[in-house]
Design a protein around this ligand. Structure first.
Ligand SMILES: Nc1nc2c(ncn2[C@@H]2O[C@H](COP(=O)(O)OP(=O)(O)OP(=O)(O)O)[C@@H](O)[C@H]2O)c(=O)[nH]1
Ligand SMILES: [Mg+2]
Length: 452
């Protein structure tokens, strides 16, 4: 295996904080550690147990004690990077961390680049490229659901079946070559129908993965939810209630909101992208009319619609336009201002499965709406591929397999089948990080933070 220099970086959260983590990795990491951390019990760090927290003194570059804290050494290859690695858990002060890093550099380490620890893990075969990408997903996860998805990807939820698929394909290809090259020997003849069925199964699996990727934006960008209604019914008030702060302007004038106002919220571990919109009405001025066009566009593009009505006033023609807008969509009707004397809104029962009386002013009935949002968020608990790089390769591999399937079904020459099957196997390998261009891997790791 290649030798690698010792890298060091700060790997913890924002400083100051309770604990700061200084991490190092590489051949000679334990030499650096021995020079900058002295266990209280007298032994050197490199003589203590691995994977065990050791209490001791963190030393500055001049040898003076900087902090009394903990450190842990991890012996390669059983570490995150696959190399000898160590972490020092010092007090989370900027001064201590900066001095500890200076001390590590003085002892022979160099500053790590963004994502370099994970890159080393990848290059040492500790993880495939999908797992490395999942690490970035984990770090940037905005919700519990996003983190769970990333954790499953990190554990090879899709990578393992993909690796198996590639092996099966290679087996099929090898069999094909054997039949062609040693036709007079006792090799089972090649069954085109069976080959066609196998690549069709694989193509279907890949297509499913790609479709999942198209749905995965809900994990990162949130489920888009449009709040629509005629002016002054309380859309912005409701939107602010859900956001938990005064995000949008509220006045008692009709036509307050002119533009789409977006806000991410998390409910029960899921991410939603709420959009407050301009009230829909006829005869508005130019700016408001442009806003109303955007309301329609937001409603069209959203997965879920929250249609708001003013329960203290009778239904109007403008309200009926909202009913029309929601037809055939996943929409809930909110009959707002339930703190005021109510008018008859029975008309909504025909148009909506869900009608929720609510007061944006007092918050009464809000849990009915949040419950509806969570129930209707498209989440099947399915683990989705999230990376555009992987998705593009998977789609291409699926297309190659469909072509191979066609060649097999038509009984074309072996060449036609082999060419596409081999291309598919290569593309699947690239998903996992085999034969991937150095520029591509550099691009992936540079998106990480320093210290990971
Ligand atoms: N009593 C009562 N008043 C409310 C409630 N929700 C909103 N309002 C009032 O209704 C008025 C309009 O509220 P907004 O939230 O600005 O209504 P909107 O639908 O966003 O209006 P536009 O942006 O003009 O389309 C304000 O005076 C709010 O205080 C409610 O639940 N009860
Ligand atoms: Mg508004």
């Amino acid at each position: 295996m290649f030798r690698s220099d010792v890298i060091a970086a700060y790997s913890g959260g924002r400083l100051p904080g309770a604990i700061g983590i200084v991490r190092m990795s590489g051949d000679g990491a334990f030499d650096v550690l021995d020079r900058i951390f002295r266990p209280k019990r007298g032994k050197k760090m490199s003589e203590c147990n691995f994977n065990q927290m050791i209490y001791g003194e963190l030393l500055a570059a001049d040898g003076q004690t900087l902090d009394i804290c903990l450190a842990c050494a991890y012996k390669g290859p059983h570490s995150y990077t696959g190399e000898d690695m160590a972490e020092i858990f010092c007090h989370g002060s900027e001064a201590i961390v900066a001095a500890a890093l200076r001390s590590a550099y003085h002892a022979g380490a160099r500053p790590a680049e963004a994502g370099e620890f994970t890159k080393r893990g990848f290059l040492r075969g500790k993880m495939d490229l999908t797992a490395a990408e999942a690490v970035a997903d984990l770090i940037y996860a905005r919700t519990e659901q996003g983190a769970k998805n990333a954790a499953a990807l990190l554990e090879g939820y899709h990578a393992r079946p993909l690796a198996a698929m590639k092996e099966r394909l290679l087996g099929l290809i090898a069999h094909f070559y054997a039949v062609c090259d040693y036709s007079d020997e006792d090799i089972e003849p090649f069954a085109y129908a069976q080959a066609a069925a196998q690549v069709a199964d694989d193509a279907r699996a890949l297509e499913g993965l790609y479709e999942g990727y198209l749905r995965s934006s809900a994990l990162k960008d949130g489920v888009p939810v449009a709040v629509v209604g005629r002016p002054n019914v309380g859309k912005s008030s409701l939107f602010n209630r859900l956001a938990g702060f005064e995000r949008a302007i509220v006045t008692d004038e009709a036509g307050t909101t002119r533009d789409v106002v977006g806000q991410h919220i998390e409910l029960e571990g899921r991410l939603f992208h709420l959009m407050d919109t301009a009230g829909i009405r006829e005869g508005a001025g130019q700016a408001e009319r442009m806003g109303i066009d955007r309301s329609y566009a937001a409603a069209r593009d959203a997965s879920l619609i929250v249609a708001v009505f003013d329960g203290s006033r009778p239904p109007s023609a403008e309200d009926l336009e909202i009913l029309r807008l929601c037809r055939g969509r996943t929409a809930a009707a909110v009959v707002n201002k339930c703190d005021l004397p109510a008018c008859d809104w029975a008309v909504l029962a025909d148009a909506f499965d869900t009608v929720l009386p609510l007061s944006a002013r007092t918050g009464e009935g809000l849990e009915g709406l949040t419950g509806w949002l969570c129930q209707n968020a498209p989440d099947s608990g399915e683990i989705l591929i999230t990376g555009q790089r992987q998705a593009a390769l998977i789609r291409e591999a699926a297309e190659a397999l469909r072509q191979a399937q066609q060649s097999a079904e038509l009984g074309l020459t072996a060449d036609a089948f082999l060419l596409d099957a081999e291309r598919a196997a290569r593309l699947i390998g690239q998903v996992l990080g085999e034969d991937v261009d150095i520029d591509i891997t550099e691009g992936i790791f540079s998106r990480f933070c320093v210290g990971k």
